[in-house]
Design a binder for this molecule. Structure first.
Ligand code: ZN
Length: 430
């Protein structure tokens, strides 16, 4: 018997032992969510009359309720015929940088980070990838607090947005930020609409190499098509906003497909730059008002504050929004993975609610509810490299899920009919 065969035999034996061990006597460890229509986040359709079997906060399987092997001694939670989808993932948020409209040092606290992660979770956003500018308190929370126990969204962090003027500065800058042990790194390639010099390809290439040397990935904020291409050509791993100056072309599409680079369109970011120049419609949405801070709403309706949301930049991004949407759809149709992201977290970009607004805008732009659901779960996880544990309800992954009353495959806004949110199979307090 050769070595490979022996190894296979051993594996089979081990599997048999573990199956026997798990079968009946461990039923008491199971927590089963019964009586639901479940979408597990993969290409498979929703499964009606199904049950989600979990153990220690992780998915074991999804069973048909009529399955004759249905564990009889397990603890169950009846979901009353509701719909279950994997917890939503924001692939481009920002955590802990502002408290209401305040971005001063006073806003930077551990409590604020926890509050924002709980708020996200209340809206069904069970994971946030925060792409930069977090205070160190966000790292304290990430490293010391259990999201399952706290009922807050899981968080991944990028640390300081990297800046360097020369390729020589790149190594030092990346090393400095690496001390926090970030999950991603981030740069901005942006000339402030012609107001400042933007990072050169030489500098961002050097940064990307340094980031890769530390086995991390780099997200790049861009505005222009030219820079999106440059970033992908230089090995960048995520385009962190939609292209907003020109229609995307086959060169960018081929580059992104070739190198498996995703995009987070952040359409609500465009909206947030101008929408408060007058009172936005969503100020009347009960789903928004449920968690919105009345003081912030009052501030945003003051004439002197409304004034801030006017001017050249506001005009540019308002006018660029239709193109941003078209470019998102063009990339999506070409097979580039779109990961739902909002750029929420800075002042007046409302965490939790903006994710739902983003998904609505994706639908208005022409993506189907099924495509948006994938974008907000599995693709977001894959694009951000966290799909081993998150993004779908497959065996071994965290049982993070949202229970909704209406079918989100009919209309993405049905995700607003949240009944409950579970993180690690534990129901959060909303
Ligand atoms: Zn951002």
């Amino acid at each position: 018997m050769n070595y490979t065969r022996l190894l296979t035999l051993l594996m089979v034996l081990l599997l048999m032992i573990s199956f026997t061990a798990c079968s009946s006597e461990d039923e008491n460890d199971l927590l089963i969510f019964t009586n639901a229509t479940i979408w597990n986040g993969t290409d498979q359709n929703m499964q009606e009359n199904a049950a989600l079997v979990t153990r220690d906060g992780r998915v074991v399987s999804i069973l048909d309720m009529n399955d004759h092997d249905f564990p009889e001694n397990a603890q169950t939670v009846d979901l009353g015929g509701a719909f279950v989808v994997p917890g939503l993932i924001n692939a481009h948020g920002h955590i802990g940088m502002a408290d209401g409209l305040d971005t001063s040092a006073q806003a930077h606290t551990t409590d604020n980070v926890v509050r924002q992660l709980k708020l996200s979770a209340a809206y069904g956003i069970t994971t946030v990838v925060s792409l930069g500018d977090e205070p160190y308190h966000a790292f304290l929370v990430r490293d010391n607090m259990d999201p399952v126990e706290r009922g807050m969204a899981r968080v991944f962090l990028a640390g300081d947005v990297l800046s360097a003027d020369t390729p020589d500065e790149a190594a030092e800058e990346v090393e400095r930020n690496n001390r926090y042990n970030p999950d991603w790194m981030k740069i901005r390639v942006d000339d402030g609409l012609g107001q400042r010099e933007k990072m050169s390809p030489e500098v961002y290439s050097a940064i990307i190499d340094e980031v890769h040397r530390r086995n991390l990935k780099l997200a790049a904020h861009i505005v222009y098509l030219e820079d999106a291409k440059g970033i992908v050509q230089s090995g960048g791993d995520l385009i962190a906003h939609s292209v907003r100056d020109e229609p995307v072309d086959s060169e960018l599409i081929d580059l992104m497909l070739d190198r498996d680079v995703c995009i987070t369109p952040t359409l609500t970011r465009e909206l947030s730059v101008y929408v408060y120049s007058e009172r936005p419609d969503f100020f009347d949405d009960p789903f928004f008002l449920e968690y919105a801070n009345p003081e912030v709403l009052e501030q945003l309706q003051r004439p002197e504050v409304q004034e801030v949301f006017t001017g050249a930049a506001a005009d540019y991004f308002r006018d660029a929004l239709p193109l941003a949407k078209e470019n998102m759809v063009a990339l999506h149709n070409a097979g580039v993975r779109v990961a739902m992201g909002t750029d929420s977290g800075p002042p007046a970009r409302f965490q939790g609610y903006f994710e739902h607004l983003e998904m609505q805008m994706m639908q208005d732009a022409g993506m189907t509810p099924a495509e948006i659901l994938q974008s907000s779960t599995r693709y977001a996880a894959e694009c951000m490299g966290i799909d081993e544990e998150l993004g779908t309800l497959e065996a071994g992954k965290w049982a993070d899920f949202v229970v909704v009353e209406e079918n989100p495959f009919d209309d993405i806004s049905n995700l607003k009919s949240i009944l409950d949110v579970y993180i690690g199979a534990k129901r959060i307090q909303r």
